[in-house]
Design a protein around this ligand. Structure first.
Ligand code: 8YV
Length: 328
């Protein structure tokens, strides 16, 4: 009997066709995020799940799906999945690393440029009919070239953001648990520094860490207090890495100059006060949303799913222990 796959949202036809060649495929007919109870019902008989960050894969869902062997997350992050609960049931979990690195770095730069040069605000200004005459002090922003970029997290995406800074003649200070090698540091014009120094020296701070207990509220009141008043903060990682209330306070009181956010603490809810601030550019979690990259992510998730269902080790397994535990 062909295995059964449930896809939690409408995805890409190429990926669905690929899955249909290997399994019986059922999709969410509504194309909206299913509530936990709806997801449990819809996925109950599935052997494989193609899930998104908006799907909570917890012990309750796993218990409701006794046949489940593989959950392929359509994302590089997997903080929506309870790995301990998956391990307890021997469910394989996969993600989509690598394919979204460059696209996400492009978008971090889009936010950085937009916040520094007030692009979103300028667009609102023109649309609102406020552009009546050129003015020497109209919508002044901050230069990007020649400045210091502070990167918190120097993994794949952090390094990719760093590479783009070369074109702007920027110096890079970064903080991470481990240092990049001396050749990479020289190539990127980057120097490791303690977190406090990165925050105090940078003109732009961009966050590229996964959400872990240690990274929750990494940027809080104390962190904003260390930054320069003209500092601009960019977050394309995970919302809870930034304490949003503290950010609203820092922006509102002019303790920092601006922010560009793609992710939020309680998505899709936005912290009260954030939308009223002119000096913040807000995007709805679209850093990886290019035609090319989202298709690649989806195909990667589909390939992981089929591999796991066919008894092959999925190429992007995040819980190898579960794989080892299911081997004879
Ligand atoms: C996506 C992401 O926007 O991959 C991730 O971890 O946050 C983004 O690439 C999202 O996950 C799509 O489901």
């Amino acid at each position: 009997m062909a295995p059964r796959i449930f896809i939690t949202r409408r995805v890409f036809d190429d990926a669905v066709r690929y899955l249909e060649a290997h399994a019986e495929v059922v999709g969410n007919p509504t194309d909206r995020v299913l509530a936990p109870a709806e997801l449990k019902d819809a996925a109950a008989e599935s052997d494989g799940l193609l899930a998104l960050l908006t799907d909570r894969v917890d012990s309750e869902l796993l218990a409701a799906c006794p046949r489940l062997k593989v959950v392929a997350n359509f994302a590089v992050g997997y903080n929506n999945i309870d790995l301990d609960a998956a391990a307890a049931r021997g469910v394989l979990i996969t993600n989509t690393p690598g394919v979204l690195t460059e696209t996400t770095a492009d978008f971090a730069w889009a936010l950085l440029m937009a916040a520094a040069r007030r692009v979103a605000e300028a667009d609102r200004f023109v649309r609102d009919g406020k552009f009546r005459a050129w003015g020497p002090r109209m919508l002044l922003g901050h230069d990007v070239h020649g400045k210091t970029l502070g990167l918190i997290g120097m993994g794949r995406i952090g390094r990719s953001v760093a590479r783009r800074a070369a074109g702007f003649g920027m110096r890079i200070l970064y903080h991470d648990v481990s240092e990049v090698g001396p050749d990479a540091a020289a190539d990127l014009n980057a120097r490791w520094a303690p977190m406090e120094e990165v925050l105090a020296e940078a003109d732009f701070v961009s966050v590229h860490v996964p959400l872990l207990p240690a990274t929750r509220h990494l940027l809080d009141d104390a962190a904003f207090a260390r930054m320069k008043p003209h500092c601009i903060v960019i977050n394309t990682s995970r919302g809870p890495v930034v304490d949003e209330r503290a950010l609203v306070r820092a922006l509102g009181e002019g303790r920092i100059a601006g922010a560009g956010l793609d992710v939020y603490e309680r998505e899709p809810d936005i912290e009260p006060g954030l939308t009223e601030l002119e000096n913040v550019v807000l995007a709805p979690h679209i850093a990886s949303a290019s035609h090319e990259t989202r298709l690649r992510m989806c195909m990667m998730a589909a390939e992981n799913l089929v591999a796991g269902l066919e008894g092959r080790r999925p190429p992007n397994l995040v819980n190898p222990d579960a794989w080892d535990a299911t081997r004879p």
